[in-house]
Design a protein around this ligand. Sequence first.
Ligand SMILES: [Zn+2]
Length: 567
Amino acid sequence: MIAPHGGKLIDKILKGSDKKKILRNIKKYKAVELDEEQIKEVKNIARGVYSPISGFLKKEDFESVVRNMRLASGTVWPIPVVLDINGKEYKEIKGQKDILLIDEQKKPISLLKDIEVYKNDRGFFAENVFGTKDKAHPGVDAVYKMGKYLIGGEINLLDNSKYPFPELNFTPAETRKKFTNKGWKKIVAFQTRNVPHRGHEYLQKQALKEVDGAFIQPVIGEKKLADFKDEYTLSSYRVLIDNFYPRNKVILGILPLKMKYAGPREAVLHALVRKNFGATHFIVGRDHAGVGDYYSPFAAQEIFDQFKSDEIGVEILKYGEVIYCEGCGEHRFRKDCDHKDESKISFSGTKLRDNLINKEQPPFYIIRPEVYNLLSNSYNSLVDPMYKKPATNNQKGFVLWFTGLSQAGKTTLADRVYKVIKKKGLKIERLDGDVVREHLSKDLGFSKKDRDENIKRIGFVSGLLSRNGVGVIASFISPYRNQRQGVRKQTENFIEIFCNCPVGVCEKRDKKGLYKKARAGEIKNFTGISDPYEPPKNPEVEVLTGEETEKESAEKIVNYLVNKKFI
Ligand SMILES: [Zn+2]
């Protein structure tokens, strides 16, 4: 079995008493909240995906990686693994030795030990890693959107839950075991982020001739506009592996990792990561991890020439362009046959994607009909609306009004949708109970009259904002139809989101014990118990927050906004 990068597989997953001890004292730590992508990075570090890296990089390593593609120790590493924080967070954690990393629901994810905070030199970062400061490059844009500071430190993972696709979410230790069990000595890994066309299949089958087995590992996570949704990439590969690949020669797994589109440097990262998973060979084709024309088509292959082969450790299979040759009647590498260029048909990911979305079946030599049928029969949209660019620069105002019982999930769902829209760079305001009660309705109590007045005031503010092209996201129980009707009349493009969740489920979720108090009569006029909730008759969107995942509900809402061209 090939040695992990740097010699040792990192394992920073806390277990048993070590974990219990930290969880017992959890309140003493200051915390920084992470988004889903950052949590993936934390777990990757802890599971050894980035071995020998065992934490977010400190300043010396960060500068060395950005400048020289090496850690301070000299080990090759092409892209910094860093955690950014903003000025406010910086002030909160100043002077701390260890801090807690938590998710959006405040759940502890990891301890970050012996921290070091330093300035995030975004220009230096972008220009060296991506070779450009152009913000039209999605990786550069992401760097410029990072916080002003970076925070380094050792990871000590507290939450090792596997999400998404737990059945395919293997750790490097697990894949190494799988390969050994199969008796494979030489393993080729294949990086992808899209549904497979026949060109990919050809590459993989060529590689299989040189090795014992293949590990196909699509990256799962935030990608660029209109890349295929992860589930379609995976189900397409399942069709290929079950029907068209040699038996017992292919393992499918996922790599939860955000694409950075750093072209050549990212190819090095992908190769080293696959070495940690146990691969001995790695395929680098044309324009690996590139975007637009920032990198020459074979830059991702040439970059490996800068290193000694034992510094990389994994053998890079540098493949040329695959075409379908009408003269030969089969797939070939372009350089391998002497037919005229006119008879050579090349692959275009963009064209294939357009074909699939418009349900125009491409020829058999572009995509397997079985894969095409799977994709074209899908009811859901194939590309992820969450990551699409805003449809228009002339933003229309709207009001997303989340209504439903207490604990129906309005606030967390509204927060999630807010983040999606905010990321697209649109003008959006978030109104929720605490903010409104603090700044708009401090004088009001909780009588029916005061609650009506509260909603009226929120309606007034939402009206002002929506009339001026701003999106508003408001989440209030707002139990009465005529209340909500009143807001609808006051605002532009009122979109009622009914968070439909049975009262029994809400009660179970209720950590504050409000329902219990209401049932005991300690709280009067409690919606759903001692006061009615009038469900919307024709809400624009209904989400079943008792059964759907938060992500599914959020997608419904974002889909609605995309279809109606609000975002
Ligand atoms: Zn030919």
